[in-house]
Design a protein around this ligand. Sequence first.
Ligand code: 5GP
Ligand code: MG
Length: 180
Amino acid sequence: MMEQDMQEILFTREQLSARIKEIAAQISEDYRGKAPVVIGILRGSFIFMADLVRELDIPDMTLDFMSASSYGSGTVSSGLVDIKLDTSEPITGKDVILVEDILDTGNTLSRLVAELQKRNPASIRLCVMLDKPERRVKPIQADYTGFQIPDGFVVGCGLDYDQKYRQLEYIGILKPEIYE
Ligand code: 5GP
Ligand code: MG
């Protein structure tokens, strides 16, 4: 489905779920005995978050969501980030695991982390499905990364172009002629 719009399939559902299991094992070990709040950044992280949390072995964790705007319907980050939806529960004193679809320029996550730090959580770590290190403009790194990828606009597994393609079970590079 919609494979004709892809220049290349980067990761199949099987590859994604195998890697998510590995990350989940590491996170479960790091947070053993703790009660972290896992915060998904909507909308892009929802599929990764769902897959990840079902693999975590952290009985006392809770889940929450935020959303921030960065991209509009284009493919270039504006550098301006607004918090559109805040967490339902306060994070003061909590161990926070922020879950994001992709770390690109770093604008979105640096802004969110700065905002969340003001609320005095016990800790904040970042877990991202994908990382495009070449594109970074802010000094920020993820603590847990699914896959590093080269520059190129990807969709699927939660990631959209103009709100489409999120439901794809694979991650693919979109053909440039679709957004140019
Ligand atoms: P940053 O602020 O790090 O530049 O961008 C992060 C946000 O930009 C991500 O949450 C995601 O919404 C969007 N983004 C960055 N690269 C891509 C991409 O290759 N594909 C899609 N669909 N979104 C991207
Ligand atoms: Mg996003």
